[in-house]
Design a protein around this ligand. Sequence first.
Ligand SMILES: [Zn+2]
Length: 939
Amino acid sequence: MTFSASKYDLYFNIDHTKTHFEGTCKITLKCKIEQEEKNESVIILNGNELVITECRLNDTTPEINYIKKDHLIQLSFPNGIIKNNDVLLIKYLGKLNQIKTFQDKTMGVFKTNVMNDQSGKADSIVISTHCQPYHASRIFPCFDQLHLKAKFKITIETNDRFKVISNGSVIVRELRDGLQIVEFSETPYLPACLIGFSIGDFQFIQSEVLTSSNTITTLRFYSPLEIEHCTFALDIATKYFPILNNILFPTYYPLDKLDFVLLPFLSDMAMENFGMVTFQMDYILLSSITNPKQYQQLEQLIVHEMVHQWIGDLLTFNSWKHLWFNESFATWLANELLEYVWTSPDYLKTHYFPTISQLSTHSIKDTLPVAADGKSTDELFQPQSYIKGVPMLRELIGYVGKENFIKSLDTFLDDYETPIDPKSIWCNLGVENLYNWFIASKESPIFHIRDEGTSWGIDKSDLNRFGDVPIFLNKEKENTLASLLTQSENDAKNILYNKDMLGLYCVSYESANCIDAFCNRVDELNEQSLYKVFQDLLYFINTPSKVNNYHVDLCLKFLQKMSCDPCMESIDEKFYHSISIALQILQKIQRSYINSDCKLIKIRDKILTPLYMKFKLRSKLVELSDTVFRNPFELEIHSQLLFLLKLPELDSEIVSNAKTLSFDILKSLMRGSPFKKVPLEIIGGALANYSRFLTDALEWKKILDIMKNGRPFVCHLLNDAGSNAHVAIQNVIIENIGYVIEHELVEKTLKFVYTNIESTSIEMLLFGFVYNACHKVVNSKQKKQEKEGNVQRSGRNNRKSLTKRNNKSKVNNMNTTMFVPLYSGEYVKDICWSWFALNFDNIARRACRKGSPTSEQLNKTLKNIFMVIAEIYLSGLSVTSEEYRKNSEKLKNFVVAKNCKFGDEMDLKSLLDTVENEKRVNDDGLKKVCIENEQSLLV
Ligand SMILES: [Zn+2]
């Protein structure tokens, strides 16, 4: 576009009783220098649902063309020549949108009726604006692009009973015949999407803060109701505004006020209009703070919006595709100011860690939402956007230092009229390549720590390959680029290569000496650094092409250190998160050792037993107080230990302890005793353990009933899990009840899946069977007979021999030394397969019924079940084995037969291919490492 604006002079006449408002817009035009002398005769403006009543430029009236589908207005001046600084005058009508529910999108100018505290009627009025990303064009004709900045002068005429707020400060307020005309000070250069005003029956509270230049800035909260409940928010703004305004960005904020306006409806949580932040009021109005988390969330929200006043409002980015950076910056700086955030386990667990682990393995580009062409804020503002840039900023600042970073931002703020690309921040600090790494590369770098003679260090070829990446060692010197790392820094004293998880790279520890040193000196490391080590480890363990012996070694040695080190009588909380990740890995290792009792016994005795004893779950459940489980990772550890200790074949004191405890936890969930309350987080592990030992069909039925209705059991939960607690209980049950191994219960579970096939996610009930696929089912009725016959367990046999023995026992059942097998001889996988083969047609017939609303869901469920069953059926078999070939053949024939019968719409073939491919890949992964590594790793 040839033209943009250097200034808008806007006059709004807003009558709250009407459905439209009147506007007058004077645009001072700006054209690119090189075009200044050309004869231009067309101006194209953004305008959405605006009707122009008058338009003039230098006494010339243009021909007006509405290009409705693109929300554009084309003005053609047949005889006119448009010059720089010409003023275009437009009078128009715009829509005053009525917002009644949360479903209504707030766009342009909108009005809401609010309940009046005094009259009890909904006759209070709130009118406000929402421009981001492209809705300024619903308020005034403009050049509505993020990179086009101009100054705005706003005047509002409206009923004199209302408070009137806008970006600038009020400079004149004139009263006339029940009306008021309020003139606001001119804004600095802003994009049109940051303009806004609010009109309505507001009350306010305010505070004043002193700026570094000894002037006063007024902070004010406006709300149509319950203004007294804004005090928490006002306190927060009053505390943090001076830090931003006086210390971090001195001299840049041009206003003597910052307003915060609470709205009954706003499609986003908040909107950072310059000088006038709007909030959806439910997030701010708090009559009391019942837990510290609530206050922290409020702090984060308000500080985040205040940061935007400088970064995002004054300093802006030149395209919507950089939105993620703008948001991440505000999140990062808010977190820096609210120091607790980086160390709060809750925050780290729910927000930060998941993001950083995603970034460790994917480039920013892969995780970027499609922002460039997004039309609504819903599309643009994905939760991911608010955090994904944070690790990048931490790495940059870790490398250049915070002071240099802020100083560098100043150079951009000095020239804030020019919007920037985030890349220029990296360029300005001389690390452009680092930015390119994030944006362009497919995968994060991996540094391998390998032996070098008697010491160890980062592999030389990695150092050459990733020379531009800053390395964060646990020694004093932190900001070293890989290429600058000298031999003395890269030496045996260092045990950590990504301090404070500042670096966006993974580290693979592949030196036995380094792993030993790491485990011996693990006390020196902090929670974040440890977390990153184990998160990387989890990534390697889950990636068949990357996993090796050292990874298993590090995991087991660390856990053994935690379990058995006599110096660690009780385990420091900083280790909890890492232990819970290591136990997650141990689960996989334990499964890979399924045929090696001696390794399983070692894990049981060297890790699980001592850890279980240290964590004392039973006594904590008995003592039970609010603070007993304050660390969220501790509950994960408890749950994992119960899961790992479901070892009926390897009975020991601890195994039976864990079993009794699991039974008591489930009893307490159902009846409120022996423990009054149980934390939701441990139910999963307890139930898996419980199911594995369960033989009683009546007990099993009671648990399944919880799955149908969790509500009556919510009162037995320890922590308030919110209004969806019953759903959370149901989900935990469905995911963990499938670990049954008793023949009758396995069949009942399958029957339950069949009779509830129309329920969503019912296939999750089969997850336990995937885990136990290679186990033989137990026949407890048989066992009972054995007991009656007073016989002992003597081994595992198949069904054939069982029948034989039984025949014998009839004859000779008083023989106490007789050999009677425990197992019925059928594998879980065989039972699952025959169940599926038998019932498939019935389900498929219903799933293929066209036009039925349930058939679509059923179709999805059946596909999912097919994949799970295929995985179960091929489980435990090496892809090269004859038995694998046979089972795979059987599945393929099944697919062919069903395609003949039902058509290939369900595409079972490609589902089977997916399962088989995954299986092939996994066979090369951890399992192979575990099988090949015959020397046991545990000492
Ligand atoms: Zn934001």
